[in-house]
Write a protein that binds this ligand. Structure first.
Ligand SMILES: *Cc1c(COP(=O)(O)O)cnc(C)c1O
Ligand SMILES: [Zn+2]
Length: 450
């Protein structure tokens, strides 16, 4: 039978030297060696449930009526943050996002079984909600336990701040966000403003904002909400569990995921590792990290087999949420790529915009980051790295509606460095039926069925 929650247990552990800290300690790097931290679960207690028992528990809770376990993240609570009181959980119905088959797109690009995990339909329009529900719930429980926390804070390329502001405002926790001025979409800027966050717009880029927030959060009264904080990873790793669940507990051959600060690719790996360690799956997918060519430090270090890492000065890219030159989670991501026989690929502005648009033509509405992943997947298929008999999942990280400007400019051909191959613009004519009939006659091909 299912164990009581209290028998499951997780600590913080340094990924470099293995030093262990209490999960309730407010700490983001190892005090001995400066390494990044991870949440380490007690696998022995998780293994007291068989693989079939876990599958049943997860299936029973999925999209059910039992709060908060009907959230895609909290349905996996014992694997995520086992010690938290249910009453401290701050959920906005995140997760349980669709895994969508892309039949027509797949035909267009000569792929086999090709699907999108659409994390962009989440509450604030990006996958960042998956991590933020965990982090904000944890902060709520720390405050309830007497920890003096005045605010939560993050540096953001847009989506992190939107998610943090939403969850923190739902919990009544003050929020400070640092944004690179002029480098995020209008929708992304409006989200934290609407939630009442203190929005600080800095004359710098994301990496500059990250340096500031690290310094600000040296004061333990201001809690760091960037994915350097491993609690975020715990929520995000449920993407992997959900994908397997939606495939009837089978494992895809490839996962292609766009990366910037590199927390999410690490989370993806962490999810699959737990699935294997608990016996739910017996093999691993291969992972492709997809970067924008204008901000591709991981791609560059991949080319030299990760022997040398150098931060880059990230250049402007349509995929603005991954315009990051010095990713905080680089060491975590290298570990993941190595463990998953992974590769790193990059896409130019032209490739990412046209890939997103091509997929839009087959029933999607993609943001530019998903465009990066789609473009990289197309390259791998063309090169024969991904084979026709292999199943591929692309992680869509945000909703296209957050990037209306990108879409509009693509279709009216005003994006620099992009040749809009699939542009479509409105036909503007007078409002009379004869003209309308003439235009329909010109534009619509005679019916040829499907
Ligand atoms: C944050 C974000 C990413 C990248 O995730 P990392 O964990 O920073 O690598 C990709 N796409 C979108 C839309 C994002 O908001
Ligand atoms: Zn350490």
């Amino acid at each position: 039978m299912q164990e009581k929650n209290s028998s499951f247990h997780a600590d913080l552990r340094c990924i470099e030297c293995g030093k262990v800290y209490s999960i309730r300690q407010v700490i983001y790097r190892c005090s001995d060696c400066g390494g990044l931290l991870e949440v380490a679960h007690n696998l022995q207690s998780l293994r007291k449930n068989s693989a079939d028992q876990w599958k049943n528990i997860f299936t029973e809770r999925y999209r059910g009526a039992q709060e908060p376990f009907n959230s895609g993240v909290w349905g996996k609570k014992e694997w995520v943050l086992p010690q938290i009181e249910d009453s401290d959980i701050v959920t906005l119905g995140e997760g349980c996002s669709p895994l969508i088959r892309m039949k027509r797109f797949s035909q267009e690009i000569g792929a086999g079984d090709f699907r999108i995990k659409q994390c962009g339909i989440s509450h604030t329009g990006s996958f960042k909600d998956l991590g933020m529900t965990v982090l904000v719930s944890h902060v709520k429980s720390l405050i309830a336990g007497g920890e003096k926390i005045r605010a939560v804070a993050c540096a953001s390329t847009g989506d992190t701040s939107a998610a943090l502001a939403a969850y923190a405002s739902a919990a009544g926790i003050p929020t400070v966000v640092f944004l690179p001025r002029g480098k995020i979409s209008l929708a992304q800027l409006v989200q934290p403003l609407a939630a009442g966050a203190l929005v600080i717009s800095l004359e710098t880029d994301f990496d500059g904002c990250m340096r500031i927030v690290k310094q600000v959060t040296e004061d333990t009264g201001i809690y760091l909400a960037n994915s350097m904080n491993p609690l975020r990873i715990e929520g995000q790793k449920t993407i992997s569990i959900e994908i397997c669940q939606q495939l009837g507990w089978s494992v895809p051959d490839w996962i292609v995921i766009p990366g910037g600060n590199l927390g999410n690719v690490s989370a993806l790996g962490a999810g699959f590792k737990m699935l294997k360690e608990t016996g739910i799956i017996s093999r691993m997918p291969r992972i492709c990290l997809a970067q924008s060519a204008n901000a591709a430090p991981m791609y560059k270090s991949f080319l030299n087999k990760f022997n040398k890492y150098e931060p880059v000065q990230a250049q402007a890219t349509l995929a603005s949420a991954i315009q990051i030159g010095d990713p905080v989670s680089y060491p975590r991501a290298v570990r993941t790529i190595r463990e998953f026989d992974g590769i790193v690929e990059q896409a130019s502005e032209d490739e990412l915009a046209n890939a997103a648009a091509l997929a839009d033509r087959t029933g999607f509405f993609n943001d530019p980051h998903t465009g990066v992943a789609l473009a990289c997947a197309m390259k791998l298929i063309k090169a024969g790295t991904i084979k026709k008999n292999e199943q591929t999942i692309v992680i869509s990280t945000a909703h296209g509606l957050k990037f209306a400007e990108f879409k509009t400019r693509y279709h009216n051909k005003s994006l620099s460095d992009v040749n809009s191959l699939h542009s479509n613009t409105p036909v503007e004519i007078p409002g009379d039926i004869d003209t309308v009939r003439r235009v329909l006659g010109e534009k619509l091909r005679p019916s040829r069925g499907l």
